[in-house]
Design a protein around this ligand. Structure first.
Ligand code: ADP
Length: 485
């Protein structure tokens, strides 16, 4: 009732388990709008046994799906892509309602990640094997690329739509099937995608969406169940570690997109306007709740005042509010826990001598709205430089030399994204090569797209999503030794 959709059937209040849509019955949980806590839907709170049924169905479906010609699998994915694009307005309304980001950001999330469905539909047809000359004259070495099998996916709330397509796309393309547990905070986008997947012709049981508040129960089931070959997870490093440990007994293959602590470096030869635009986008997009958000902004001493001024001018134009309202550029934080973390990082910085130059408090809109905040005089070692803030807090740290800032940037257990702005070519190469991170944005804050390999080093994860590399995590190489020739 709250959402006026062109196609109301996209707002599901059931889960999709083993090819059946199942309702809540006795055990259910509610999904709420982070703006005001209003109930959007009530969904079945499923058990590990439900997850097991989904896995068993996925195992059956996988045998048939893998036998389909790549061209047939590609066709289904392409149709799914088309349906997502056709329904982007409804999907964006659902996403904004459950997650809070502005509608324009929701549309961008959906379209830029639907592109993974299209991309992997194309890649499905190009999973070429190899014939390698053998050291023996009477033998040949054949290499086949085969699907790993049943995959389990666990996704977070910050990109409730995009995180699904970028995982299910390559899995289905490779001939795998998938059982997904979306975040309990934002399951409606995943269910809407499942409705469209079914319409596109994804076979019964090949893609299940298990809604549950028992994340650990689901995690235990999929890590222990020998039918699950692989787990793909996006979320916190703590949960990633846990999945790795739990999955050790059955040697689960893992793709992990974990936490980051992105340094954003502005050198004295940078285009300061471009750097300020980039910092604004990187820090405040999704209210600072992305794993590639600038977490620590290092600015060379000679330009620190000019840059800070430019960032402040831009931050002052951000408009907080409900994501469906015209002109709103920043939504609320996801929950009180997120606000508490922001406040803790801010308090620590201020206590140790940093200065709040804008924002610094909850918005008068109430709820979990927090003012975009800029803090200067931050020093290495403060909490904001060590932990991922995941909130609209921009800490500015002044530095002197290239070597000093490279050392500070690399002083982290994380290594997902890093950014720097510079024009000198020697500097560009030196710094890009020296930063310990899976992704480096040079003079840009826009990183993710379907054609590029996205992923982290160090404790930010394992594997890559996107590009021709992105399908490798869903493929096994089979070596066939062909003798007697
Ligand atoms: P965040 O703190 O950003 O919510 P989490 O790692 O806690 O990150 O959550 C990401 C996803 O992982 C969510 O779908 C959540 O339900 C799920 N999750 C959390 N704990 C576990 C667990 N023990 N096993 C499996 N999934 C989990």
């Amino acid at each position: 009732a709250r959402l006026s959709l062109k196609d109301p059937s996209l707002l599901e209040n059931r889960a999709l388990v083993a090819g059946e849509w199942v309702g809540g019955g006795a055990k259910s949980f509610t999904v709420r709008d982070p703006v005001d806590g209003a109930v959007l839907a009530s969904l079945p709170d499923l058990t590990p046994e439900d997850a097991r049924r989904a896995v068993e169905a996925a195992a059956k479906a996988q045998k048939l799906w893998a036998k389909e010609p790549a061209k047939a699998r590609a066709k289904v994915l392409k149709r799914w892509f088309d349906l997502v694009v056709e329904n982007v307005e409804d999907l964006a309304l659902i996403l904004t309602a459950e997650q809070g980001k502005p509608l324009a950001e929701a549309r961008t999330e959906i379209l830029s990640n639907a592109a993974y469905l299209e991309w992997f539909a194309e890649e499905a047809k190009r999973l070429d094997g190899e014939i390698i000359p053998s050291p023996s004259a009477s033998q040949r070495i054949l290499v086949l690329k085969q699907p790993v099998g049943v995959c389990a996916a666990i996704t977070p709330w910050n990109f409730p739509n995009g995180m699904i397509t970028r995982k299910v796309g390559p899995a289905l393309a490779a001939g795998c099937t998938m059982v997904l547990k979306p975040s309990e905070l934002t399951p409606l986008s995943a269910l809407a995608l499942a409705v469209l997947a079914e319409r596109a012709g994804v076979p019964s049981g090949a893609f299940s969406v298990v809604t549950t508040t028992d994340a650990k129960g689901f995690g235990t089931e999929v890590t222990k169940n020998p039918l699950v070959a692989k787990i793909t997870f996006t979320g916190s490093t703590a949960v990633g570690r846990w999945l790795m440990r739990e999955g050790a007994d059955t040697i689960k293959k893992l793709s992990l997109e974990l936490g980051g602590n992105a340094p954003f470096i502005v050198f004295d030869d940078a285009d300061l306007d471009a750097a300020a635009d980039g910092a604004l986008a990187s820090k405040f997009r999704n209210s600072g709740q992305t794993c590639v958000c600038a977490n620590r902004i290092y600015v060379q001493k000679g330009v620190v005042e000019a840059f800070t001024q430019k960032l402040l001018e831009r931050a002052a134009k951000l408009r907080l509010g409900r994501g469906t309202e015209e002109g709103v550029t920043m939504g609320p934080l996801i929950d009180e826990r997120a606000v508490a973390k922001m406040e803790a990082h801010l308090a620590d910085a201020v206590e140790k001598g940093a200065t709040i130059v804008s924002g610094g408090k909850r918005s008068e809109l109430g709820g979990t709205f927090f003012e975009p905040t800029v803090v200067t005089g931050v020093r290495q070692g403060m909490l904001v430089t060590r932990e991922e803030t995941f909130a609209p807090l921009a800490p500015i740290i002044a530095f002197d030399t290239e070597d000093e800032v490279i050392a500070m940037a690399n002083e982290s257990e994380f290594g997902l994204a890093a950014y720097f702005y510079a024009r000198d070519m020697r500097r560009v190469f030196k710094v890009a090569e020296a930063l310990e991170s899976g992704i480096v944005g040079v003079n840009t804050a826009a990183l993710a797209n379907e054609a590029a390999p996205f992923g982290g080093v160090k404790q930010s994860g394992l594997g890559r999503e996107g590009s021709h590399h992105g399908i490798e995590g869903y493929i096994e190489l089979k070596y066939v030794a062909l003798a007697g020739l």
